[in-house]
Write a protein that binds this ligand. Structure first.
Ligand SMILES: Nc1ncnc2c1ncn2[C@@H]1O[C@H](COP(=O)(O)OP(=O)(O)OP(=O)(O)O)[C@@H](O)[C@H]1O
Ligand SMILES: [Mg+2]
Length: 274
């Protein structure tokens, strides 16, 4: 699809289609949707940032929230190498002396009234964030230097950034932090929620296996380990593969092998006893 802005044709990105359902933890979902709400003609949506350990469900929540609004969702995976033009418009050579301008997922969402997830935004440099400053305040536009155009956001456009607290990240400057509000913290789920999330991700999983992994995760959470439900899904999945799809009738040895090979030796201390 091509849209023309100030005489420049822009080739748009495709929305992301993921088979994702958000399970439990309704409070963070409610907060995210509230941040996006517009309550008056003078009001503006906010640009929330989702924080939490790797694998707690930040991307999943952001995606599921966009889908609950019935919008197309575009994921822009940020890295240390993400340049300002990667966020906005990139020129691609198309034949001799001809350029094609390609809109990023973010700009596509801006034009189509979609939702953009700036995934792992804290990996991105300040320079790249700076190009988004006018978008994140009441101006709601970006300027593409490369294409020489100003692009205004559709009123339905919504943005959410996800960030985790690992080491390979930049500290964002204050003027960016203040534009990425509110901050929504995703914590470990309760036991019954964790079981339901495992069930959602492994619908074919045996109860005994999922119970075991839930118990393991809850023990680890109590010790404030970084293990998340993503690790739990991997442990359960690997254990079931090791059993070649046969009933495990809770083979503790297999479960321990799966824990060891997913998370390493230290994780075994949280393995439920026989
Ligand atoms: N509440 C939930 N409902 C359904 N699935 C969930 C939930 N929480 C986590 N998951 C599952 O856990 C896995 C990890 O989630 P996700 O990728 O969203 O984590 P993340 O916080 O974005 O991780 P990272 O920081 O590494 O990007 C996914 O497989 C996802 O389906
Ligand atoms: Mg993620």
């Amino acid at each position: 699809m091509i849209v023309e802005i100030e005489g420049i044709p822009l080739h748009l990105a495709h929305p992301d289609e993921l088979p994702v359902t958000w399970v439990g933890q309704e409070e963070v979902m409610r907060q995210l949707l509230a941040a996006w709400l517009v309550i008056d003609a003078q009001d503006l949506p906010m640009n929330p940032r989702l924080l939490g350990k790797p694998g707690v469900g930040k991307t999943t929540l952001a995606y599921a929230a966009g889908k609950r609004l019935g919008r197309d969702v575009y994921i822009l995976q940020a890295t240390v190498d993400t340049r300002p033009e990667d966020l906005l418009v990139t020129p691609v050579i198309e034949g001799a002396a001809k350029l094609r301008y390609v809109a990023s997922p973010l700009v596509t969402a801006m034009l189509r009234g979609g939702v953009v997830i700036l995934d792992e935004g804290n990996r991105m440099s300040e320079k790249s964030w700076a190009s988004l400053a006018p978008l994140l305040d009441n101006r709601r536009y970006v300027e593409s230097i490369v294409a020489g155009i100003k692009i205004k956001a559709h009123p339905l456009f919504r943005l959410v950034a996800t960030m985790n607290d690992d080491a390979s990240t930049f500290d964002l400057p204050e003027y960016i932090h203040s534009r990425l509000q509110p901050q929504i913290m995703i914590d470990f789920p309760e036991r019954h929620e964790e079981m339901a999330i495992l069930r959602e991700n492994l619908p074919f999983g045996e109860d005994q296996v999922l119970d075991y992994v839930t118990e393991f995760l809850q023990q680890a959470h109590m010790a404030d380990e970084r293990y998340t439900v993503r690790d739990g899904v991997n442990i359960a999945r690997f254990a079931m593969k090791l059993a070649n799809g046969n009933s495990l009738t809770l083979n503790h040895d297999l479960m321990r092998v799966a824990i060891l090979q997913t998370l390493g030796e230290e994780a075994l201390r949280y393995a439920p006893g026989r």
